[in-house]
Ligand binder design. Structure first.
Ligand code: F6R
Length: 606
């Protein structure tokens, strides 16, 4: 999604802005631009495509000035063109924006009624025009910005820069996060602390509805009601803003490889007594909870689907899983004795946040599992449990997924204990299975070379099917999502037993079928489904343990022998070969692994 930066500095702003935008590249974008004000004069440069195009433009046509704003745009209203790129300018005002101004058509009609015309198709231009309109009525910049912001509906983060004002930026947050950075006689604005890391580690996060008046001397913040607000300054750790590839070719490769380590960290946090007991905040008490509603988007929603198997089977607790974008508009009735649980890596996903707000006041407790502890979803939950994956930069979620699963597994065990469904021996068995995961993951990562060889052949396919049964079914969905988003190969995940109800029509010798099936109680049924595929000339790639591979018999196209794993934790372990398969297929196809086309890391629009 769009990235915002702003600098009121003591050095040339353009290189700082471009460097900060580079650090926001991971969010996904299709054009970029900066504006500076120097000697009172406002000017801007914008370019379509990667940041290198903007840098090249700046070499030929530099922008001077120590005050400036910058933006990476992920197109929503209007194609990725130079005209639609930010900063948008209307006379003496330039603005960068993340999010969507929902009432922009109404505002355009109002402006048109004042004889004001438009140059772009964007909602953001309306903001700049509105601010210019208020300035032209004699309002000073601070008031003009406040009056403009008051007219806007939707979810947004904004930063304004004004001609004639070398020492002023106005920033506002409603729905999209924004961080203010404090320097020595310098001030900064960024979509997140990662953008500002080289400049400062002293950060103030704006709250919902806040407006900030920023000068080199500091920041004055007003809350949604226009009252002066006191927002804490925090120091962010180096780990929280680290965006180095550490020798890996891609962030995704690094993040896949980090999983044994981050999972061990998460287990250390959620288990105690050398992994033999659960360690959760005391509010996590499922006594009297009669239902759980799990809500998320994309990969995080697949983590919820896996968790449904765990909560229902181990804890006997009924679970509904919803995709966040469908949840609130469906207006589902929620029981006041139920809990709603929201899962999100970024903690800023607009659909998930909206779903959380829908559930507020309707359920006994709002719990979230989030990777960014300062995020909106974390802050608006009654209880936020960190997934502890560390910063995830690759657009395709990997380590965040396995860490989400780990936290959800621990929660399912706690629910089972609280509901009297798990005796101490059974609990000990499940905890041992969790504790074994980091070691097993290292084993699974050892299959990378073989996976790369198979992926080179998979890259030839136009369509790929993924199959799984039980808690491995959501893994089939996740495997298919990973493959399609970074290799652009069409892929679908199905429950193995569903194959014969339709998708089997797709099977021929050109459609590889990836079967994710440890040798568990359902394995024989999966073997039958594989036979159905092979009988129709289909190519099966089987991911199973040694026993499963041996039992599957002849006729399999390729197999990957995974370590033996407890059925409880198998979905966590099998995520790794699915991720590696997608990664190496994308490498074989030469796609942009970390920033796949059209995708954004933190999806802050509905
Ligand atoms: C896929 C992927 C997305 C996200 C989804 C939710 O690899 O990363 O499907 O899982 O956009 O994002 P978060 O978890 O930030 O709410």
């Amino acid at each position: 999604m769009c990235g915002i930066v702003g600098v009121l500095g003591n050095h040339e702003a353009a290189p700082l802005l471009v460097e900060a935008l580079k650090r926001l590249e991971y969010r996904g974008y299709d054009s970029a631009g900066i504006a500076t004000v120097t000697g009172g004069r406002l000017d801007r440069r914008r370019a379509v495509g990667k940041l290198v195009n903007l840098s090249d433009l700046l070499v030929h046509d530099p922008l001077s000035g120590k005050s400036g704003i910058g933006h990476t745009r992920w197109a929503t209203h209007g194609a990725p063109t130079v005209d639609n790129a930010h900063p948008h300018r209307a006379g003496p005002v330039a603005v960068v924006h993340n999010g969507i101004i929902e009432n922009f058509r109404e505002l355009r009609a109002d402006l048109a009624a004042h004889g004001i015309g438009f140059e772009t198709e964007t909602d953001t231009e309306t903001v700049a025009l509105l601010a210019r309109h208020y300035l032209s009525q004699g309002m000073p910049p601070r008031e003009a910005a406040a009056a403009t912001i008051a007219r806007l509906h939707g979810a947004f983060a904004l930063c304004f820069l004004f001609e004639g004002e070398d020492d002023l930026m106005i920033a506002a947050r409603k729905g999209s996060p924004l961080a203010i950075g404090h320097g020595e006689g310098e001030m900064f604005v960024g979509s997140d602390a990662i953008a500002l890391a080289p400049m400062t580690d002293r950060i103030t996060y704006l709250e919902e509805g806040d407006r900030a008046e920023i000068t080199r001397a500091g920041v004055v913040i007003f809350d949604a009601e226009g009252r002066l607000a006191n927002r804490a300054e925090t120091r962010v750790t180096r780990e929280a803003t680290q965006v180095e590839k550490a020798g890996y070719k891609h962030f995704m490769a690094k993040e896949i490889a980090e999983q044994p380590g981050v999972l061990a960290d998460a287990l250390r946090h959620y288990l105690k007594d050398s992994g033999t007991a659960l360690s959760l905040p005391e509010e996590v008490d499922f006594t009297g909870v009669d239902r759980l509603t799990l809500v998320a988007c994309g990969t995080a929603s697949y983590a919820c689907l896996v968790a449904k198997y765990w909560f229902e089977r181990i804890a006997g607790l009924p679970v509904d899983v919803d995709i966040a974008s469908e949840f609130r508009y469906r207006e589902p009735p929620l029981s006041p004795t139920s809990w709603a649980l929201f899962v999100s890596q970024s903690g800023e996903t607009a659909d998930t946040l909206a779903a959380l707000r829908y559930a507020q006041e309707k359920v006994a407790k709002i719990v979230s599992v989030v990777n960014v502890p300062t995020s909106s979803i974390a802050r608006e939950s009654d209880l936020a449990l960190p997934s502890l994956a560390g910063v995830e930069i690759g657009v395709a979620s990997t380590k965040a997924f396995t860490c989400q699963l780990t936290v959800l597994a621990v929660l399912a065990l706690k629910a089972a204990v609280d509901r009297g469904r798990l005796n101490p021996e059974a609990l000990a068995g499940h905890l041992a299975a969790l504790s074994a995961l980091p070691g097993l993951m290292n084993h699974a990562l050892g299959l990378e070379d073989r996976i790369a060889t198979i992926a080179a052949q998979l890259a030839e396919a136009q369509d790929v099917l993924f199959l799984g049964r039980g808690a491995m079914f959501p893994l089939a969905l996740e495997g298919a999502l990973k493959l399609k988003e970074i290799s652009y190969i069409h892929a679908e995940g199905y429950a193995s037993g569903e194959l014969k109800h339709g998708p089997i029509a797709l099977i021929d010798s050109h459609v590889p079928v990836v079967v994710m099936a440890p040798r568990d109680a359902l394995f024989d049924k999966t073997v039958s489904n594989m036979q159905e595929v092979m009988a129709r000339g289909g190519k099966v790639l089987l991911l199973s343990d040694g026993a499963g591979v041996a039992e599957a018999g002849a006729g399999i196209w390729q197999s990957l022998t995974m370590p033996m794993v407890d059925p409880f934790t198998a979905p966590i372990l099998y995520a790794l070969p699915a991720q590696l398969l997608a990664y190496h297929t994308a490498i074989a196809k030469g796609t942009d692994v970390d920033q796949p086309r059209n995708l954004a890391k933190s999806v802050t629009v509905e």
